[in-house]
Each structure stands twice: as structure tokens, then as C-alpha cells.
Design a protein around this ligand. Sequence first.
Ligand SMILES: [Zn+2]
Length: 283
Amino acid sequence: MWKLAPEALGDLDASLTRALTYANGAPVYALSPAERGAVHAVYRLYEATLGQSHPDLRPGVLDAARPALHTAYNEVQIGGRLVDLRLRLLASADACPYCGFGEPRDLDHYLPRGVYGELAIYPHNLIPSCSPCNNAKRAVAPGDAAAPGFIHPYFQALPDQDFLTATASFADGALQVHYQVDPVGLAPPLAAKLQYQVDRLKLNERYRQRINTYLSEQRVAILGMARLGEAAVRDFLLASAGSLAQDRGRNDWRVALLRALAADADFTRRPDLYLGPVRQLGA
Ligand SMILES: [Zn+2]
């Protein structure tokens, strides 16, 4: 969750040509040498600014070419001439980096294509994401006056600390979990972005169902530990959180959940009240 290793960029010039040339060899749009150079300059600036909004990412020299560059993204769709790029990017993520659980089926334009048409097929601007996250993010871009934007899954440096926190509470035997970003130790703009992302993607709502499924998978192991006592339950939850953190990152939603449950004495004392007792076969 949050981070993805960026894929190799490949031959950007060849991709540009392929996107702007019909299969029969006719040009969709013939880029002049100056325009082609400007697109590459935009790509370099994107790397230099780590994907953040910048006016020079839409230079005037590309005004004529921008609509064709914008539409070139159609070639990254199924059946398009750049479908191999789509497949390569989608295969690079085993879960959506925005929510941490969704199947990546879409490519989100980190900087929106509607504004930055020249980045429509640039691989590092294409984030493999699940459809609900892609739809919820829409045209959000960093630097918007109204919102802090999302972190860039390829480029954002994140501090090595637990910033995604969860609190568990129990009402009428039902588990309620609330996620939020702990801003302590984070630069305020980063904390604002992370919290904005949690809110914008409605992760608290969307995790609810996931939590039930995940805990039902852990139920037998947790209840097994409960027979050894409260401390065993807590140690097991923390050990599971540590192991998951190794695999999925320390700010994965499941890691935060397990830490929250470990810290909750109501849960560690009687997990069966929330998970249901183990039924014996044939009972
Ligand atoms: Zn997602």
C-alpha cells in the first residue's frame, strides 16, 4: 500500500511514434522535431519534479499536438497499439497502491490527462489502480488550491514510521475500526496528503467489509491463542503485524488493524466475543 516500484520506462520515443501512427503507417498526428523534443523535455521535467504539477509540463509549443497526445491514451487500452504497456504496468502491482487491496484493473493518470495531455502515455504517470480508487481520485492533482492531492506511489518518499493508525472499539459485540493518519513526526504537507487520500477514497468505509473477511481468516489462529491467555493473543497479533509489515509495508491497513487489536484489552481478553466461538466439527 502507498508505494509501488516504478516500471522501466522502455523506449519512450518508439512508444510516442507508435501511439501517433496508425497501423497502416499513416500519421495520426505528425510531431515536428520541436514538438517531439518538447514532449521529451516534459518527460524529463516530470522525473525531476517527481510527478508534481508544474506549468512547464504543458508548454505552449505543444498546444497543437496536445489533443492528439491526449487521445493517444486510447492506444494504451485493450486492443490499442500500446496495450503491451498496459499489461506490463498492471502486472507490476499485485494490489492497488491507493487502497492496498483492490485488483489493479485501471491505469490512473497521476497528473490528470485532461490537463496534462502530453503525459497521457508516460509510464511513470500511469498508476495501476482499482476502479473504485481511480473513480474516486478522478482529476485530483497535487497543487490544487482546494486539496493537497495524493502521494505519488512511484516517487513519494515516506518516513520509516507507523503513520497509518487504527483504533478499535466495540459496541454491542460489533467491531468498529477507524483508520487515520498520525501526523506526529510527519511533515505537515505530507500528513495532510495522506489523510486526504484516506478520506477521498473513503477507506474507512471500504475497509469495513475487508476487515470482516480478514479477521474470519485469522479467527481460528486467534482463538487458539486465546486458550493460552491474553498475553498470547497480544503477542500473536503483534507477531502477525510484524510479519505482514515485512511483506506489505509497515503502513498496510492489515498491519494497523492488528496493532489496534493488540492494544485493545477488551479484544485480547475475549476475542471470541467478537469473532465468535470455535465450533467443534459435528457439534
Ligand atoms: Zn484501490
